[in-house]
Design a protein around this ligand. Structure first.
Ligand code: ARG
Length: 558
């Protein structure tokens, strides 16, 4: 059953197809008293040369109104009221049959999407910007799967660049193996900072750093071994953060270094197609309406861009993707535009299927957080703090796994706080906000879920005679919300917008709590009671699934 589509078809039929499908807008009125759906008719006025009211009347008269509870004409709008019994029976039965598969869409059937997300930089702290990419990326991956896409999650690690020459140099001079094994990122970062301090006093150090990078690029054994060791140790430390976030693994950890031997093909093709231009010794590709893309430096060194080009071709070849999603901050918008433009210029239209899913900066006191000055909040510490704070919210400490449940609740708070914002907005990173558990927060939704689970614990679910139930406005609002889940799944995919889903689960939890506060579950005859329990169970299923898609766990008890 797809109500929007049915309404559209009914309207097209009533107007003898004098308007097209694209003309029909099916809105969701803010106030349910204006109908479950509303269709503005002024959009047809020009084509049909009639007043919106007359058109609305025409449609209503030609329509099989018995399909609906009622259809009203109100100042140029057609308001549709859905048959409550029919929809209720349909939705509640469907959810209880399909369980967590409810809401699935098939728009991605036989399609593959690669999602490039998280992508922290080796030997640098896993910062809050990367938390955003991780949270948004994981949610988008889950949402794509719910829309039947095959997905490939790629952690495009920042594991190459001149900084590794400096780090190797610093390690050889001042490094301590034991200390790095213990706290790799802290130590490596300290070495990197020391390198810069010393280089200010002794500029020749820069040359040494460059020489080490050259050695690394030329495959020098010792340099490569150190680089690989830094990478392994960093990844081990990153995994601790991923574990807290409940992300066990990515499908691929091919970072920038993976593409070092895959760039020649792209550079060759650029040359062949006469796109590579020499500019003051460097090689660039000229682009329309934007600065040229720098492909190779004067000394022959390749760049972030070159590696991203190689990565795009590699992914197209390896996964034959229908969509490639790059979950990267706003500040790399130009980079992504250039990347797509270069591929387009080479004549490959898969560039049109590459999407920059951008997001806003994380600010601290209105300013961008910086790593250099060591001003960054340590993400891992924040997550641990969130987890610890969550312990105070656990009411059933004697009967739950406190460590695990507090992780679920604490991390749920952090993730929800991020995902509820539309992604392109900058967000202020305030610990108090991130660690909030009341109001529009993850734990509020988790708490609602746990409340339903305890309600259902001592009650069996029974078959219901839907003819006999009373659908009051609280229940109707809930049922209609549940019905809309699939709509949200599709919309969240089309806009790559997890915030739609985050808002949806919040609305659903709030509607449930209104229902729970106003309708006594145990009132009424057996059929009535069984009905209310089944509605509650349906809400629980959808809440849990909605949270899962956002990568938030739903503990049964907390
Ligand atoms: N490591 C990069 C950074 O921290 C993000 C990489 C994003 N992915 C990509 N294909 N460029 O800024």
């Amino acid at each position: 059953m797809n109500l929007r589509e049915e309404i559209i078809n009914d309207i097209l039929k009533s107007l003898n197809n004098e308007v097209s499908k694209e003309d029909v807008v099916v809105e969701s009125p803010k106030e349910r008293s204006f109908g479950d759906y509303a269709v503005p008719c002024f959009v047809f006025a020009k084509k049909l040369r009639k007043s919106p009211i007359a058109i609305a009347e025409d449609i209503k008269n030609n329509l099989d109104e018995s399909k609906y509870e009622k259809v009203e004409v109100v100042s140029g709008y057609l308001n549709f009221f859905v048959k409550k019994e029919d929809l209720t029976k349909y939705v509640i039965n469907k959810i209880n049959e399909e369980k967590e598969n409810y809401g699935k869409s098939n728009i991605g059937e036989n399609k593959t999407a690669v999602i490039d997300y998280s992508a922290p930089n080796i030997a640098k702290p896993f910062g809050v910007g990367h938390l955003r990419s991780t949270a948004i990326g994981q949610a988008i991956k889950n949402i794509l799967e719910k829309n039947s896409y095959n997905t490939v999650g790629i952690n495009h690690l920042g594991d190459w660049g001149t900084q590794f020459g400096k780090m190797i140099c610093a390690y050889k001079k001042w490094g301590n193996e034991e200390a790095i094994r213990k706290e790799p990122i802290k130590e490596l970062l300290a070495l990197y900072i020391k390198f810069h301090e010393e280089a200010e006093k002794e500029p020749s150090l820069e040359d040494e750093g460059r020489a080490y990078f050259k050695a690394l690029e030329n495959g020098d054994e010792e340099a490569l071994m150190l680089w690989k060791w830094f990478r392994d140790e960093s990844l081990k430390e990153f995994q601790k953060t991923y574990d807290l976030l409940g992300i066990s693994k990515f499908d691929s950890y091919n970072g920038e270094a993976f593409y070092l031997d895959k760039m020649d093909g792209v550079i060759e093709e650029l040359k062949e197609k006469n796109l590579l231009k020499k500019d003051q010794g460097a090689y660039v590709v000229d682009l329309e309406d934007m600065p040229p893309a720098l492909i190779m430096k004067k000394d022959g060194a390749t760049l972030y861009m070159t590696r991203d080009l190689a990565a795009a071709f590699y992914r197209k070849k390896t996964y034959n993707f229908d969509e490639a999603v790059y979950v990267i901050g706003n500040e790399q918008s130009l980079h992504l535009k250039q990347l797509k433009a270069v591929i387009n210029k080479m004549g490959h239209d898969f560039a049109n299927n590459m999407h920059h899913v951008n997001f806003g900066m994380v600010l601290q006191d209105g300013k961008k957080m910086s790593t250099r000055k060591g001003k960054t909040v340590k993400l891992h510490d924040v997550l641990v703090e969130a987890k610890d704070m969550a312990k105070t919210y656990i009411k059933n400490a004697d009967s739950v796994d406190v460590e695990e449940v507090s992780r679920q609740v604490g991390i749920g708070a952090v993730i929800y706080n991020d995902l509820k914002n539309y992604r392109t907005n900058d967000i202020e990173f305030k610990l108090e906000d991130v660690l909030r558990f009341e109001g529009e927060t993850g734990p509020y939704i988790q708490y609602t879920y746990a409340r339903i689970m305890s309600l259902l614990k001592n009650n069996e679910l029974k078959d219901i005679d839907f003819e006999k139930v009373e659908i009051n406005s609280y229940i109707w609002n809930l049922v209609f919300k549940l019905y809309e889940f699939n709509d949200i799944i599709v919309k969240a995919k089309l806009g790559y917008d997890p915030s739609l889903l985050a808002k949806y689960v919040m609305d659903l939890a709030q509607e449930f709590n209104k229902f729970y506060g106003n309708c006594k579950i145990n009132d009424g005859d057996d059929n009535e009671k069984a009905f209310k329990l089944k509605v509650s169970n349906s809400v629980a299923i959808v809440l849990k699934e909605g949270l899962r898609l956002l990568n938030i766990d739903a503990p049964e008890k907390m």
